[in-house]
Design a protein around this ligand. Structure first.
Ligand code: MN
Ligand code: MN
Length: 318
């Protein structure tokens, strides 16, 4: 432990409802220099095909993250004691220019990675994961553990548009950013545009674990398989909040009933401890559709769960 590390505002001195709204009540810093883990907002939903609003996600997740305390109650990990973590603010985005946004998101994440920090991002719609992967892959084909109601491997929308939140993982496979044999998607469900919608992904070798299979086998067995699929090689983790049931996370653009409970989602993220995580995100929190901020709270809590796993890994490597 180093007392050089950034610390959250002391809740015994400033109550948690007071002060600036930042991720986990950490200081906001200009760059990721000296950080082990950078918490970063990406307030952009220009890839949304139906109900927009995830651009408001980072601000509300910051707000709800004031409910997080210092230590994980199961693993005992105290992320701010074992890793240097801060809020690096929001990346530059352009709400009316998709390609400009993809470029600036990639540049923003690249700047974090070049400082040697692991980016934990809060979106934003799921298209943000494509430029993040462009920045973190660094010439490697990464593995992917993907929690979602949707596979997000469609080809094109509204004519020939290749870039939407329904296509990021198809583009990432095509661009050689991901090894399709090391991708596992968990929680997929809901109606599809056409039968065979997931065939392309399956033909590439992507393992799709539909919700029905998850219910049959349970979190432990599914995550053991996920761990085997990604192996010990570098892996990215992406958590779409719509993987959680809309009764517990209604504030999202494309809700699908029959999802994970928040408890199942927490259990699965804790089982990522042996995965070589090079970055992670929580996406698709859309506050305009939220009720009593429960979705933003779920997003903030999943961010804390991911933070504790990654901080544990940082500390083990030291
Ligand atoms: Mn998604
Ligand atoms: Mn989804």
């Amino acid at each position: 432990m180093s007392n050089e590390f950034h610390q959250p505002v002391d809740a015994a001195k400033v109550p948690r409802f007071a002060g600036h709204s930042t991720f986990m009540r950490l200081p906001v810093v200009e760059t990721a220099k000296g950080l082990d883990i950078a918490l970063v907002g990406i307030p952009w939903d220009g890839g949304t095909t139906n109900r927009a609003g995830a651009r408001h996600g980072p601000r509300e997740v910051r707000n709800q993250s004031s409910l997080m305390r210092r230590a994980h109650h199961v693993t005992g990990i105290q992320p701010f004691s074992v890793a240097n973590v801060a809020d690096v603010g929001d990346l530059t985005v352009n709400p009316i220019d998709l390609q400009d946004s993809l470029s600036s998101i990639e540049a923003g994440i690249r700047a974090i990675v070049e400082e040697g920090a692991i980016p934990l991002s809060v979106g934003g719609d799921h298209l943000i994961t494509l430029p993040i992967l462009r920045a973190v892959s660094q010439g490697r084909k990464l593995g992917l553990i993907h929690f979602d109601a949707h596979s997000d491997t469609n080809d094109r929308y509204f004519g020939d548009n290749l870039y939407t939140h329904g296509t990021p993982f198809r583009r990432a496979i095509e661009e050689g950013l991901l090894d399709p044999q090391r991708i596992v998607q968990i929680g997929i469900r809901g109606s599809i545009y056409e039968t065979g919608e997931h065939d392309w992904a399956k033909e590439q070798g992507v393992r799709i674990i539909y919700m029905e299979e998850f219910v049959e086998r349970g979190a432990q067995a599914v995550m053991e398989e996920a761990r085997r699929i990604v192996g010990d090689q570098p892996t990215y983790v992406t958590f779409d909040i719509d993987s959680i049931d809309p009764s517990m996370a209604p504030g999202t653009g494309t809700p699908e009933i029959g999802g994970f409970t928040t408890r199942e989602a927490q259990q699965m993220v804790r089982l990522l401890r042996d995965v070589a995580i090079v970055g992670a995100d929580v996406v698709e929190v859309a506050p305009p559709f939220d009720v009593g901020n429960v979705t933003a709270l779920a997003g903030a809590t999943m961010l804390f769960e991911l933070l504790c796993v990654v901080a544990g890994q940082v500390s083990a490597r030291r």
